[in-house]
Design a protein around this ligand. Structure first.
Ligand code: UD1
Length: 419
């Protein structure tokens, strides 16, 4: 298994270009199952999760032609598709559940594996099932699979999500595009990736309108041939902004609309970062002294993203003074804490709150990655540690960060992949 060796502390300087968003690409790729016409998706990040989704689509019958750089996929669906999403593919990536909505909507049947839990929490799919059931899907759970069918087309209805869920909102939007009549989804997640999915579907002829957390979808007969470029990855951009703030860095972060991370930018300004934004770039300079923030709480968009919680915790370890970090989205997303403690962090966890004592002098150590965002937090900590840090199980990073070691090397991080 590959690991990283990072020799800290490192100086961070230079330009970085943000890749396409993994979390926007996944639902967009799943939604291509709705099409009879060819679809071209551009700006896909070259990460493992995208390969998994492309493999899943292929296993369902889609023909996929990738460009040389693998960032553009042309997808063609034959008339007859399979409707079986196997455990072996779904278990490796929870986002695979997003094929259920389009399969049931277009082919009126599906056998899709339940994704199972993961390290950051139980992550059930009950709201996906609840919404699709309201649209007319009948299902039973058997041997770890969702056996689903519908009596012909799904039918538009009103769905009020009991809890805000990114995945359940996406699955429902995709399913409702070809449903009969109007669907109104209330209490939706409004993450930019969901808006990107809507933009893609609308470009292909879907009728999706938004008003706050309410989404109205008027069903259409079919979707048209389309070409679409996926938005940039706001979590990757946020991670590099944290890196610059943490390491007294000076970075120009290109290829991202700063407006979609304005909450994060405002937080980093409070911490002391000097930030200038242009239309499609961010120039960020880290402070000499990082100010602590009394309380940081993760929230659904437009709040502080849970996918940036681990990275912000590293920042608070280096801040002057004490801070608390409250994780309000997932129940078990502090896997990075024990590893940060191995570097010298002083963090106490009580339920969903981490109390972080600042002024930490990280000393390099051997660490273990647990999930995608926890892993990148360990990389950030290693960048500002004294000495060598080995990070094991970096396959987690390969799932979601494109070309991470080369991007880090380019801005001055002494990083090496050991195979
Ligand atoms: C997506 C993102 C993930 C991000 C998360 C929250 C993708 C591929 N993944 O995950 O990176 O951390 O949003 O911003 O886009 N829940 C239920 N029942 C359900 C669905 C969700 O109880 O049917 C709970 C989850 O366990 C969690 C919370 O709702 O506690 C939010 O989950 P959700 O927004 O659905 O996250 P994902 O779509 O899985």
């Amino acid at each position: 298994m590959d690991k990283f060796l990072i020799k800290g502390p490192c100086k961070i300087r230079g330009d970085i270009s943000i890749s396409g968003s993994k979390n926007a690409s996944l639902p967009i790729l799943a939604a291509t199952l709705l099409f009879n016409e060819p679809v071209i998706i551009k700006n896909l990040p070259r990460v493992k999760d995208i390969n998994t989704m492309l493999n899943l689509l292929q296993s369902l019958g889609s023909k996929i032609i990738l460009s040389k750089d693998k960032k553009t996929a042309k997808i063609l669906n034959p008339k007859k598709m399979k409707t079986f999403a196997s455990y072996s593919l779904v278990k490796t990536m929870r986002g695979s559940i997003l094929v259920l909505g389009p399969l049931i909507s277009k082919y009126h049947k599906s056998k899709t594996s339940l994704p199972g839990g993961c390290l950051i929490g139980a992550r059930p799919v009950n709201y996906h099932l609840l919404a699709l059931k309201k649209l007319g899907m009948k299902y039973e759970l058997k041997d770890g699979y969702i056996l689903a069918k519908s009596n012909g087309k799904l039918r538009g209805t009103v769905i009020n999500f009991p809890k805000i869920s990114v995945g359940a909102t996406e699955n429902s939007i995709i399913a409702a595009c070809l449903a009969q009549g109007k669907t109104i989804l209330k209490n939706c997640a409004i993450e930019p990736e969901i808006k990107d999915l809507s933009n893609f579907l609308n470009k292909a002829g879907a009728k999706i309108k938004w008003a706050g957390r309410t989404c109205q979808i008027t069903g259409v007969k079919s979707l048209n041939k389309t070409e679409y470029s996926v938005m940039s990855d706001r979590i990757e951009a946020g991670t590099f902004c944290v890196a610059a703030t943490l390491a007294k860095g000076n970075l120009k972060i290109k290829n991202l609309n700063p407006k979609i991370i304005s909450t994060e930018i405002n937080l980093l300004k409070k911490i002391g970062a000097k930030i200038k934004t242009n239309k499609n770039e961010i120039v960020i300079k880290g402070p000499n002294k990082i100010k602590s923030i009394k309380s940081i709480k993760t929230k659904e968009f437009p709040g502080i993203p849970t996918d940036l919680q681990a990275q912000l915790m590293v920042l608070m370890c280096k801040a002057v003074g004490k801070s608390t970090i409250i994780e309000s989205i997932f129940e078990n997303r502090f896997m990075h804490v024990a590893e940060l403690q191995r570097l010298g962090a002083k963090i106490i966890i009580k339920n969903n709150t981490a109390t972080v004592q600042g002024n930490t002098n990280f000393i390099g150590a051997e660490l273990m990655s647990s999930d995608l965002r926890a892993s990148v937090a360990l990389v950030l900590a290693a960048i500002v540690s004294n000495g060598k840090t080995y990070i094991n199980r970096i396959y987690h990073l390969d799932r979601g960060y494109e070309n991470i070691e080369n991007k880090l090397k380019k801005i001055g991080v002494k990083i090496k992949r050991i195979r």
